[in-house]
Design a protein around this ligand. Structure first.
Ligand code: AN7
Length: 355
């Protein structure tokens, strides 16, 4: 059956009425078995028998999970007669907003922290025709500007304060339940503005209440240690992490994320940048799946809990990989050895390859 995007597939569960969809055929992303990763984390052997799967959201049209939310937010905005949208962003939201605004014929304004967004994401925002403002400050500063502008002018905010965003993002949980025929036992994901963890929890609960999926997962959120306001219990004035997507000091959906954690019996904890980078490399080299550093926070969290003996045996674990690795190739180049330089000669190549 042809896939025609989220609104076509889930219209009756989305706040879109009969509005025409603004879509780039987002969603329907693969849920990839990760047996080598499970073994590397000590979960696949020793009788633990834990099944690890990767929800690869990097395969959405603009390369991140934000497309789900933007599809619904933009569909609703157009139906209400909006002419312009605005967001603050660490990169992926701006890429998705710019693309979906182009698709819908709306103006897009995006405000980013200067020098702190990955080049791939910036390239998307500009090529799709958004007006990009780079502010001297971090995401939280950029978001304050967005809120101020939206108070004064008729522009629709498409950050996750907009409830239509979370409605779209909850569909990833639906897809997982459909593939597994039940909810997983644990769901790991990175936490920045804390919208996605809240959206997944909403999706899992909704499918469960509708009788479509048995069980509910424990929601396992991971912030970067230098940008971990929810873990520390207070906003972080100067968040810092190389995982630029989640460099956020005062998350918009803080309370919702805490509710998801508490209602599901989950956790929100921190992983260091070193742990994120190790998980980033391990994921790519063990499974052939390339996700950006922020995404690898989910795998880093799983690795940490596995090491601490906190994953129950014979369970199913899903890690969301929120964004594609190609968004931010500089980090891959930085953590890996440089290509071996050889002259174009078979014998020299054999020596270099150790064959
Ligand atoms: C790859 O683009 O906030 O906890 O402005 O890009 O729902 O915020 C991005 C967030 C995880 C965190 N992984 O999700 C933005 C922005 C990636 C991301 C997150 C983001 P939330």
């Amino acid at each position: 059956m042809a896939w025609n995007g989220l609104v076509d597939r889930y219209r009756d569960r989305l706040p879109v009425g009969d509005a025409p969809a603004v879509t780039l055929l987002e969603g329907n992303t693969p849920l990839i078995e990760a047996p080598r990763l499970a073994t590397a984390l000590g979960l696949g052997e020793d009788g633990l028998d834990v099944r690890v799967l990767l929800k690869y959201e990097g395969l959405n049209p603009t390369g991140s999970f934000k497309d789900r939310g933007m599809c619904v937010a933009m569909t609703v905005a157009v139906a209400r007669g909006a002419t312009a949208v605005i967001c603050a962003s660490t990169g992926n939201t701006s890429a998705a907003a710019a693309a979906y605004a182009a698709r819908a014929g709306l103006r897009a304004f995006v405000i980013v922290p200067e020098g702190n967004i990955a080049l791939g994401k910036l390239s998307q925002a500009v090529i799709h025709g958004a007006t990009v403002l780079a502010v001297d400050g971090n995401f939280d500063d950029a978001y304050r500007v967005v809120s101020g502008v939206a108070e004064l002018r008729d522009v629709t905010v498409v950050n996750s304060i907009n409830p239509d965003r979370l409605q779209g993002q909850k569909t990833a949980a639906f897809e997982i339940c459909e593939v597994l025929d039940a909810a997983p036992d644990y769901h790991f994901l990175p936490v920045g503005n804390a919208g996605n963890i809240s959206a997944y929890w909403m999706g899992y609960r909704e499918y469960n209440e509708a009788g479509f999926s048995a069980g509910l997962p424990r929601m396992m959120g991971f912030q970067a240690a230098g940008a971990a306001p929810i873990v520390e219990g207070h906003p972080v004035a100067d968040p810092s992490t190389l995982a630029s997507a989640i460099r956020i000091g005062n998350p918009v959906s803080w309370k919702k994320a805490e509710a998801a954690r508490d209602e599901s019996g989950g956790v929100i904890e921190a992983v260091t940048d070193d742990e994120i980078l190790e998980a980033y490399s391990l994921l790519a080299s063990s499974e052939g799946v390339f996700a950006e550093p922020a995404s690898a926070a989910s795998v880093a969290g799983l690795r940490k809990l596995a090491q601490e003996g906190r994953i129950d045996e014979k369970t199913t674990v899903v890690c969301t990989l929120t964004g594609h690795g190609l968004k931010d190739p500089d980090n891959a180049i930085a953590v890996c050895p440089a290509p071996l330089r050889v002259s174009a000669d078979v014998d020299k190549a054999l020596v270099a390859m150790g064959l």
